[in-house]
Design a protein around this ligand. Structure first.
Ligand code: DX5
Ligand code: ZN
Length: 216
């Protein structure tokens, strides 16, 4: 499967978002991972649809919007209007994740579901039937620069096995949090093919080289 690199702008200088997304495109990123936090589902507040709308004209890269918000369903329209290409909703935040995914897809946007480290990966299995991508958090959501949780590898393996079993072996599996050049090979070997990296990319002295090396 194609390995895609989705740098998280949470680790970037927020005063330069337009320049940052242009730089990511120039340096070979596949997605721009936008960490939306509402201060409720997770303690920090980062940015909302307005910031995504501001970034939109500065890149052709897909805007991969990770909604760490309490009611993702109610936010879908504003992010679609802002130009989001992928909207990811937390299973923990949405009793009816399948209807949210179906709604996002019905509006022509790619739909993705995510589970936190403490949530069993089986909670994602129903979403595997209809989602365009599924995401496994490898850190507790809310902050960048945390350490990768190694138990995540088992969850990725189970998820890839499930996708193969239901005939969706090619489904994109994204992993998010604490991924670096030191552990990315294990993450890919476990079955993930979309790699979020914030600190690893934005702390790098050579962004293009780091993106290349994360892709392998
Ligand atoms: C955490 C976010 C992650 C985080 C990744 O809540 O969802 O996307 O920004 O950053 P690093 O790669 O620095 O762990
Ligand atoms: Zn994220």
């Amino acid at each position: 499967m194609k390995i895609k690199i989705a740098p998280s702008i949470l680790a970037s200088d927020f005063s330069k978002l337009g320049e940052t997304v242009r730089l990511l495109e120039q340096n070979g990123a596949d997605y721009v991972h936008c960490d939306v936090m509402d201060g409720n589902f997770v303690p920090p507040i980062t940015f909302g649809a307005q910031a995504v709308k501001a970034m939109r004209p500065h890149t052709r890269l897909p805007l991969d919007c990770h909604l760490m918000v309490t009611s993702p369903r109610s936010r879908v329209e504003e992010f679609i209007g802002a130009g989001a290409d992928i909207i990811t909703a937390h299973v923990e935040a949405d009793a009816d994740i399948l209807s949210t995914l179906a709604y996002i897809r019905s509006r022509g946007c790619k739909a993705s579901a995510v589970v936190n480290p403490a949530t069993a990966v089986e909670e994602l299995f129903p979403a595997c039937e209809i989602a365009d991508m599924v995401l496994v958090m490898s850190v507790v959501p809310g902050w960048g620069g945390q350490k990768f949780i190694p138990e995540t590898l088992k969850k990725i393996e189970k998820l890839r096995d499930r996708c193969v079993k239901i005939g969706r072996g090619e489904l994109d599996i994204e992993v998010d949090g604490g991924v670096t050049e030191a552990n990315v090979r294990d993450v890919i070997a476990a079955g993930a093919n979309v790699i979020v990296a914030g600190s690893a990319v934005f702390r790098s002295p050579d962004m293009a080289e780091t993106i290349r090396s994360l892709r392998g």
